[in-house]
Design a protein around this ligand. Structure first.
Ligand code: SF4
Length: 368
């Protein structure tokens, strides 16, 4: 796997999708020493199940452990800390991590109880988990989701679970973006496997999950987040820590140089209509057998348009889905290759949210 590769797969079975990604990226070419100390860093920010859109599916962690153990790796640990005010132990318990730990003889490290080493980068001093700093290979397992302060959280921000609570408090007073970039300059992941199955629309604690049924893997955390941002309708300018991390040498945000490897088509999953605060967005869509990756991406695009005050002026209903294949209707507009027979259509299977936004902004009045 090259450093500018992003490998993406679609589906709804986290175990099978993880195994597919691991086979595609060839872990033995990345970790050559079987005695390496390997850390798995999921997102367990709160004690809530993954279907709420906040936390990593534990099946992904199990699939990675089984894949690694099956290839002779034996020195594996799961490392995380919940956000301030939440007990990591409670999160471990709710997600079945104690059973996972016992079954596979993999220790659980609560960063809140770990030793810390003072580190400094980008003008920021912080206390970083000793386990994280001393491991040989760090596999970051973020959830791609919205965030009320930084717009998005994915690979770079998930590293915040690797510092002391005291440093977390300090990060907030420093505006999050510079410290998050600095933390990744101290230690960023060697491999990122993103859980983008049902990340939350706009809050890191979940509650408004949007199904997109995809996972992707990459080695460069900056590239990962630049790509992730485009999937949910942001540019890198919307999320300052991406360029700040790039400036500190963490990686490259150059999506032109990215090599995207798509392992399957996103056409196997039925769509789930968004609930909660995301439900009003679906009123602007006409969905006919859309894939969840496509429909969830459209929901994110509509959310970004709403945040920019552009949704109320949208005169069109956006058509989407496989039942629009072969439909020739000049009065309709749609997104995705399935809608190419409509009056206006955005290509892609599925298109990115950032492209959907630009396309929807160009739409004029509907034809009579
Ligand atoms: S363009 Fe059609 S087939 Fe492709 S992801 Fe969208 S709905 Fe599915």
């Amino acid at each position: 796997m090259r450093v500018n590769d992003i490998i993406i797969t679609y589906g709804s079975d986290p175990s099978a999708m993880t195994e597919t990604l691991l086979n595609a990226l060839s872990i033995e070419s990345l970790i050559t020493d079987k005695d390496s100390a390997i850390v798995l860093k999921p997102n367990l920010v709160v004690a809530a199940t993954p279907d709420g859109g906040a936390t990593t599916h534990p099946e992904i962690v199990v699939a990675i452990i089984e894949h690694l153990k099956g290839r002779g790796y034996h020195n594996i640990a799961i490392v995380e800390s919940a956000w301030i005010g939440e007990s990591t132990e409670r999160c471990f318990a709710l997600h079945g991590y104690h059973e996972i730990s016992e079954r596979y003889t993999v220790p659980l490290i609560d960063v809140k109880r770990d030793q810390y080493v003072k580190q400094r980068a980008g003008g920021i001093t912080m206390e970083v988990s000793k386990t994280i700093l001393t491991c040989d290979f760090l596999i970051n397992l973020p959830v791609l989701k919205g965030h009320c302060q930084t717009a998005m959280t994915c690979a770079l921000k998930n590293m915040k679970g690797c510092i002391s609570d005291s440093s977390k408090r300090q990060f907030h007073t420093q505006g999050l973006h510079r410290p998050i970039a600095a933390l990744n300059a101290v230690r960023s992941a060697d491999l990122v496997i993103v859980d983008s199955i049902c990340g939350d629309l706009d809050f890191e604690e979940g509650g408004n999950p949007v199904e997109t049924n995809r996972m992707f893997a990459c080695r460069d955390s900056v590239l990962c987040d630049a790509f992730a941002a485009s999937l949910i309708g942001f540019s890198c300018q919307d999320i300052p820590y991406i360029h700040l991390a790039e400036d500190l040498g963490v990686g490259s945000s150059d999506l032109e140089a990215m090599h995207l490897i798509q392992l399957n088509e996103p056409n196997e999953q039925p769509v789930a209509t968004p609930t909660g605060s995301a439900s009003y967005l679906s009123l602007h869509t006409e969905e006919r057998s859309a894939c969840s990756a496509c429909y969830g991406t459209l929901i994110h695009a509509l959310k970004r348009l709403d945040e920019g005050g552009r949704l109320q002026s949208l005169k069109h209903t956006i058509s989407i889905g496989q039942e629009f294949k072969g439909v020739d209707d000049p009065s309709r507009v749609g997104v995705g290759i399935c809608t190419k027979g409509l009056g206006k259509s955005l290509a892609g299977c599925p298109p990115k949210a950032i492209d959907m936004i630009e396309f929807i902004k160009t739409l004029g009045e509907p034809s009579q």
